[in-house]
Design a protein around this ligand. Sequence first.
Ligand SMILES: [Fe+2]
Length: 308
Amino acid sequence: MTGRRLLLANADVRISYVVAKGASPLYRNAIGDELVYVESGAAVVESVFGVVPVRQGDQVLMPRATTHRWLPTGDAPLRAYVIEASSHITPPKRYLSKFGQLLENSPYCERDLHGPLEIPLVEDTEVEVLVKHRAGNEVIGTRMVYATHPFDVVGWDGCLYPYTFNIADFEPITGRVHQPPPAHQAFEATNFVICNFVPRKVDYHPLSIPVPYYHSNVDSDEIMFYCGGNYEARKGSGIAHGSVSVHPGGYAHGPQPGAYERSIGVEYFDELAVMVDTFRPLQLGEGALACEDPAYAWTWSGRGPGLA
Ligand SMILES: [Fe+2]
């Protein structure tokens, strides 16, 4: 049993939500890297590079054109927020030394990245692999049948392979005054970035107001997936665990009415969210259109559909 709904997309990135109980087919995405955030459940991902165990909170980086399959484990279904790029997804360049190592001021380091284990040697014939690829501007799929199993390999060399990073290992960067979103950045790709908002100590200047200031995204659409804890700045807006908010570029937004006052003196935010900021506009997919909350955009005004 697998359900997949497309939430948002443009030429650079496609964001979907997936619920899966059974094994996926063998598959590869020839368009770009995928970063799969596991909201809940567990799985084993088998690939030509080896087996990658996956648990709740993992961000699974699957490189472009890697033949693989997902095998959910345990009784609960696997719930995942899938970010598909049209490019590679990498650590931001500013986190890396000129030799390519993660610097000490990066919010994560090599110890937090977990690569594949043993190769799942499989011998078989006439094996079907689903390939997602482009034809002009269209995203299409092709079923390919291989004479031998793609996991029937001796070994591999190189620096391109799947790995996991658990969001609990993201060390938040905090300050006396509000830290802007780049402090939360985890990964970058062509024309979008991925940021992790994790439980953290908040601004500790004696006059600080811990929730963010009002802002409009001059250069990006801002997509937040609220995947744990309480999101203090959005209290009273209808945002809850599992919500996805879309703030298109140019629209001013910020904490809900009353959030500034409530946040004064607060020392810790227990929030967990994965943000995608895109530098080109997104289109809504069928999954987003099916669950839109028309009252959300009006929650700053206190007026509008669904409000007195
Ligand atoms: Fe924002």
